[in-house]
Design a protein around this ligand. Structure first.
Ligand SMILES: [Zn+2]
Length: 609
């Protein structure tokens, strides 16, 4: 019976095919487009491929005994002689358990789903087995039942069950969910607006993000014919939905009329976890089709893009706060914690992919595209000790890329997850029609057709889709990036006029083996600014790419007038490289800056003597 369940789940996850779902609510919108599974898209060249493989090798190199070191010590299980702690010199809670292990379970399971490499399945299975041994001494892994940890553990065990067919992993998920349902930490939770963790006992840390994992557990329990359990858990999950916050956007109210009632740094709402709460709203919409969820998600997403997004696609430019514009401008002038790079990108990738599926609107690919180049591919490599680029620095005085001083932060949990999520973001489909969202060099077999995408984009403007195997008449659609000033399409060298609908450029024909579609996207440098009454910060972007300069702010502001159109003031000296006319001020992609090298991306203007 279990094999049956797994294969059903696998069909949905790996190759969802419209009209053929046995369980179509399972993690899939009944929407206009469908994402592919982790294994469908093959990447084998280019910057994303290199980053993905680097990430894979990094996580494969971490020993499971090291991951378990602190947990085993805590519950009195002898550590093997070669094992060493990941706690680091500082002895912080990072690396000690639930902060990252739940997300690593997800990471290994999804790496396996994507690559089918046995070595990574072995890793996932070993981690599940080790955690199970620890629960023999302490069912809560010595961590208590922190909501932040539990949500990630439950999702991690479910992923190991679904993708690695690890039956013990389901039992572990079940144990955690049942413990939560029987614990006053959950049954008597205060669930205060904005509570992202109240010291000294932050049991309710980010309580509003957990319903998604609980709903997912319920769905999988139902697939195992545990219907009664599924219904109980759904009712429990419902209690952790977050209408206190979602209503603000559903009703179109002003966020800044509200303040968090509890938590760390309560002046403003915590951006990452509040955005991530909408991934729970998305899951609730899947089950209920209640338009309440979709409307609040769409309104929040619009708020984030119009009011909170930085030139790189980042958000939360100090203490990860959702701030009014003056606060954002001041934060960029005085602080260096401009964007929590990995976690915040991962949350956007997931929510955008979901909105893309439900609405079919190509506009939901624009924000992920910016983050792909200015966050994911712009991040400097992690070091062996577990330091990751946690923050992106956009300080107007001087900025540099740096690794966080703490080891094994949350962002070491989300970095491998976002790499796998991006595999699902490249293409979408509807029936036999293919939708190309992100221009990542890759190939795909789909409904009898095989395509290969080749591109230097965004360093070059041309994206070429080679149809290696045709398979007849259908539509192939390309997302028109919001940052492209214009576009043209050539099919087998001949220009064609193509219709644009919902942000997609459509090519429709009977495709033959060897057909080539070339999409040329024209981009030019433009200012991206945050301004209040003539004062603010401005930076240069070209297409989706943020540019930065090693020159001082004074040099840049004397060479360029931020009040005037950018392109006429610049001469192009290379791909995505510009010089301010009549000066030595150079701009190159922010993503190309190495660790420690000083740059400025934003420049403060107006309001100063
Ligand atoms: Zn993080």
């Amino acid at each position: 019976m279990r094999d049956n369940i797994i294969s059903k789940v696998d069909i949905i996850q790996i190759r969802p095919t419209e009209g053929k779902m046995d369980f179509q609510d399972y993690d899939k919108p009944a929407g206009k487009l469908i994402a592919f599974g982790y294994a469908d898209v093959k990447v084998s060249e280019g910057a994303f491929f290199e980053a993905y493989e680097e990430c894979y090798r990094y996580y494969m190199a971490i020993s499971v005994d090291d991951m378990l070191f602190e947990l085993r010590k805590r519950v009195g299980i002898a550590n093997p002689p070669a094992a060493k702690t990941l706690a680091g010199e500082k002895g912080t809670w990072y690396g000690l358990g639930g902060n990252v292990l739940g997300q690593w379970l997800q990471a290994y399971a999804r790496f396996y789903a994507a690559t089918k490499r046995q070595e990574v399945k072995d890793k996932a299975d070993a981690l599940v087995a080790g955690l199970r041994e620890v629960t023999g001494r302490d069912a809560q892994l010595g961590d208590g039942l922190f909501m932040y940890f539990l949500e990630k553990y439950v999702r991690g065990f479910l992923d190991c069950y679904v993708y690695c067919e690890n039956e013990d992993a389901f039992a572990m998920a079940q144990s955690f969910v049942r413990m939560a349902m029987g614990s006053p930490v959950y049954t008597a939770a205060k669930k205060r607006l904005g509570d992202n963790g109240t010291m000294p006992v932050p049991a309710e840390i980010e309580w509003y993000t957990i319903s998604e994992s609980l709903y997912r557990y319920a769905d999988i329990a139902e697939l195992r014919n545990e219907r009664e359990e599924a219904e109980k858990v759904r009712a429990f999950a419902k209690g952790f939905e977050y209408p206190q916050f979602w209503d603000i956007f559903y009703e179109g109210k002003n966020l800044f009329d509200y303040s968090p009632l509890a938590g760390q740094n309560t002046a403003y709402f915590h951006s990452y976890s509040h955005l991530n709460s909408f991934n729970s709203a998305a899951y609730a919409y899947q089950k209920s089709q209640d338009p309440y969820y979709l409307k609040s998600i769409v309104n929040f997403y619009r708020f984030m893009r119009e009011k909170q997004e930085l030139m790189t696609g980042g958000y939360g430019p100090h203490l990860e706060w959702l701030m009014p514009r003056t606060g954002m401008i001041n934060a960029l002038e005085f602080f260096h914690d401009s964007f929590e790079t990995q976690c915040c990108s991962y949350a956007v990738y997931r929510l955008s992919d979901w909105l893309m599926e439900v609405t079919g609107d190509a506009a939901y690919g624009n924000w992920p595209e910016k983050l792909l180049y200015n966050a994911t591919l712009a991040s400097i490599p992690m070091d062996e000790a577990g330091h990751v680029q946690y923050y992106s620095d956009l300080n107007t005085d001087h900025a540099c890329k740096h690794l966080h001083e703490n080891t094994w932060t949350c962002c070491t949990g989300t970095r491998p997850l976002l790499m796998n999520e991006l595999l699902r973001s490249v293409y979408f489909h509807r029936g036999n029609d293919l939708y190309v969202n992100l221009y990542i060099p890759s190939s795909l077999d789909f409904c009898g057709m095989r395509v290969r995408l080749k591109s230097e984009y965004p360093r070059g403007g041309r994206v070429t889709l080679c149809v290696e195997k045709g398979a007849g008449k259908r539509k192939i659609a390309f997302r028109r990036p919001e940052s492209a000033a214009s576009f043209s399409v050539h099919i087998n060298g001949r220009e064609e006029k193509c219709p644009v609908r919902d942000g997609w450029i459509f090519v429709e024909r009977a495709f033959a083996d060897g057909d080539e579609i070339a999409l040329d996207l024209e981009t030019m440098p433009v200012w991206s600014r945050l301004e209040v009454f003539g004062e603010g910060v401005a930076g240069l972007c070209c297409g989706p790419v943020a540019l930065a300069s090693a020159s001082s702010a004074d040099e840049v502001l004397s060479a360029l007038d931020v009040g005037k159109e950018a392109a006429p003031q610049l001469e192009k000296i290379g791909p995505l490289q510009y010089r301010a006319k009549g000066s030595d001020v150079l701009f190159t992609p922010y993503m190309d800056y190495p660790k420690g090298e000083i740059y400025r991306a934003y420049f403060r203007y107006g309001g100063k003597a």
